[in-house]
Ligand binder design. Structure first.
Ligand SMILES: Nc1ccn([C@@H]2O[C@H](COP(=O)(O)O)[C@@H](O)[C@H]2O)c(=O)n1
Ligand SMILES: [Mg+2]
Length: 290
């Protein structure tokens, strides 16, 4: 197997032989069976930006000029309270779930109070520090060129993340997004978020009911899953008959504390790696472009 990117210093793998076998099977099964399921924030987008944290799709909105100073402070306070809970390796998912619902609900309520206008979204994104991971062009282009469906499953803000992808000129026809979308009234003012609410720890089939997305792709039984959170591991649960799945996890924050759990759960763990090099290397090999 020739994937030189797997030798990068950022790569950690608990079971290298198993990973080799999965990658080999993905290649043998061929492009017609492949689909990619990916998280957005801190997976396709960067975690670090010039020595600081890059914004998530929520943060882009929270810190934008359309939010009042009071609103910004309240949204920041929520982030500082709930984010450590979100990534705490010592709390169970059962403990975290209701707290995540609380965070998202409070944040969305605050955003609705700000009377955000649909017409401002493109400018808000243009003025933000949003950045996709290095190598994103190759990633999106290769999947598009090979007609491989890319499903982006995000607990972020759909309108913002779509705009980021659009402004990067990679919103190709093979890309589908499920996320939290804003609902605007006839005057273009935000009135609510459309349900069901998606948070970090309910990214599974329960929030995909009625979309029929995975059912339409029932012959795509080879999966590459990309995530940055323990909640992203369930994103492929709705796929009817998975034959091979390769789970690649970006470990961005609190690396030492969380390493063990990530290595137990993801096949490949990428530590503090701001690029899509490894993913691109694997895709190049699977799609027989080496
Ligand atoms: N008010 C909020 C709520 C969540 N976040 C962050 O968004 C990320 C979730 O989106 P995914 O695309 O990764 O599913 C997650 O990293 C939360 O920390 C936020 O910034 N503000
Ligand atoms: Mg994420």
């Amino acid at each position: 197997m020739k994937v030189p990117e797997l030798e990068k210093a950022t790569v950690r793998i608990r079971q290298p032989e198993r990973v080799r076998e999965i990658i080999q099977s993905l290649r043998e099964q061929g492009v017609a069976k492949l689909q990619v399921i990916s998280d957005f924030d801190m997976t396709l987008s960067r975690f670090g930006c010039n020595g600081r944290r890059c914004p998530t799709s929520h943060n882009i909105l929270d810190t934008s000029r359309v939010i009042s100073e009071d609103g910004k402070k309240k949204l920041k306070d929520l982030l500082h309270y709930y984010y450590p809970i979100e990534i705490d390796p010592n709390r169970t998912l059962e403990e975290k779930r209701p707290l995540m619902v609380e965070w998202w609900t409070k944040a969305h309520e605050l955003l609705v109070q700000q009377k955000i206008r649909k017409g401002d979204i493109a400018q808000i994104v243009r003025e933000s520090e949003a950045m996709l991971r290095d190598g994103y062009e190759e990633f999106f282009e290769r999947l598009h060129k090979n007609n491989v469906p890319l499903f982006i499953f995000s607990a972020g803000v759909g309108d913002i993340l779509e705009e980021i992808i659009r402004q990067a000129n990679v919103f190709y026809s093979n890309v589908n997004v499920v996320s939290n979308y804003m609902d605007f009234n006839e005057d273009g003012v935000l009135t609510r978020f459309k349900g069901p609410l998606i948070h970090t720890y309910n990214k599974n089939n329960t929030v995909l009911q009625g979309t029929g997305y995975f059912q339409q792709l029932s012959t795509r039984t080879s999966i590459i899953l990309l995530g940055d959170s323990m909640g992203d591991l369930t994103m492929a649960d709705g796929v009817p008959s998975v034959e091979n799945i390769l789970k690649i996890g970006f470990l961005n924050d609190k690396v030492e504390e969380r390493r063990g759990k990530y290595l137990d759960s993801y096949d490949i763990v990428l530590e503090s790696d701001e690029t899509l090099d490894v993913v691109n290397g694997i895709l190049r090999y699977i799609l027989a472009e080496t």
